[in-house]
Design a binder for this molecule. Structure first.
Ligand code: TA6
Length: 304
């Protein structure tokens, strides 16, 4: 059932218990979104891109950064939140006219299920079927593939992205949860868990370097850390955000800093101070081969 109309979405999938509320509405740019509230947390997710725009555990500040200058328009990715890069990460490997980070973040996803797990946990599942997309996307990705994205909104945020290869050949995907974390001040922020890891530095033509000590940021940073399956912690003095992941062996760290941010036009003048992308990815050599009929799950959990 492919429902995109808010009234029908509410009829089929809204939840209205004492502790669990889930409702669809029309958001900015006329794009449907879903708002969820339970005893442990609240969240807002745009149906375009199944893009998480907000996740806020009770008594915590917002965890996800959304640009004040974010633009909401059909077919355009939003600056901030958790864009889903899929079925490739970064530039397409052979066709530079294809959109960076794939097309999943720019198309409407279907809602297939909503459920109360407990008073403090709500689950919503989205699906993207490549065969049902517009012709231009099918040309970019001719192999029939289905992505299922299950989110559990609670004191922890859990995101499980499963790719089903429904074609009769092996497919190769790249992907990332391109999360913009809301941090108080980039100059007070330290990322632990990547010490000693080799990374490719995009700001210097992807040359390979080794991370000495924890990551601190005081200029443009755009790196793919390799062989990184362990937990990462973002410490911004006021709080620590932990990232646990399965099915990802690459981690991208990005902050555009002043000059690049200015050119982007939708990151806000001072936005770079309050955001840091730490992305659980399958990028570069860590792309995933999925045999015909098989599936692969990338699973990530955030917790304060
Ligand atoms: O993940 C890091 C990165 O690929 C950067 O190179 C930077 O361009 C950023 O993502 C934003 O990409 P976007 O396509 O959303 O403008």
């Amino acid at each position: 059932m492919n429902i995109t109309n808010v009234e029908d979405l509410n009829k089929n999938f809204s939840l209205s218990g004492d502790n669990n509320i889930l409702r669809f509405k029309i958001g900015k740019g006329n794009i449907p979104l879903v708002e969820i509230q339970n005893e442990q947390a609240s969240a807002t997710i745009s149906l375009q891109g199944a893009h998480i725009l907000s996740w806020k555990p009770v008594n915590e500040d917002e965890v996800i950064w959304l640009s004040d200058d974010a633009m909401f328009a059909t077919g355009k990715s939003v600056r901030g939140g958790i864009p889903l890069c899929w079925p490739w990460f970064g530039a397409h490997e052979s066709n530079s006219t294809f959109p960076a980070h794939g097309f999943a973040r720019t198309v409407l996803w279907q809602v297939t299920d909503t459920r109360v797990i407990s008073a403090g946990e709500t689950q919503i599942t989205f699906r993207l079927v490549t065969d049902e997309l517009e012709e231009n996307f099918q040309q970019m990705w001719p192999q029939p593939t289905v992505a299922e994205y299950r989110l559990t909104i609670a004191e922890k945020l859990t995101m499980e992205l499963t790719t089903f290869n429904q074609s009769d050949q092996t497919i190769t995907i790249g992907q990332a949860l391109h999360t913009y974390f809301n941090i108080e001040d980039i100059s007070n922020t330290v990322v632990y868990g990547l010490e000693g890891k080799t990374y490719l530095d995009k700001t210097e033509g992807f040359i390979s370097k080794v991370q000495e000590g924890p990551v601190t940021i005081n200029s443009e940073v755009d790196r793919v850390y390799l062989d990184t399956a362990d937990d990462v912690i973002i410490d911004n003095k006021k709080r620590k955000i932990s990232i646990k992941k399965q099915g990802s062996h690459s981690t991208v760290v990005w902050n555009p800093w002043i000059d690049v941010a200015e050119k982007m036009g939708d990151l806000g003048k001072e936005g770079y101070r309050n955001m840091l992308c730490v992305e659980s990815a399958n990028a570069v050599d860590d792309v995933v081969n999925i045999k015909a009929g098989e599936s692969y799950t990338l699973s990530v959990t955030y917790q304060i």
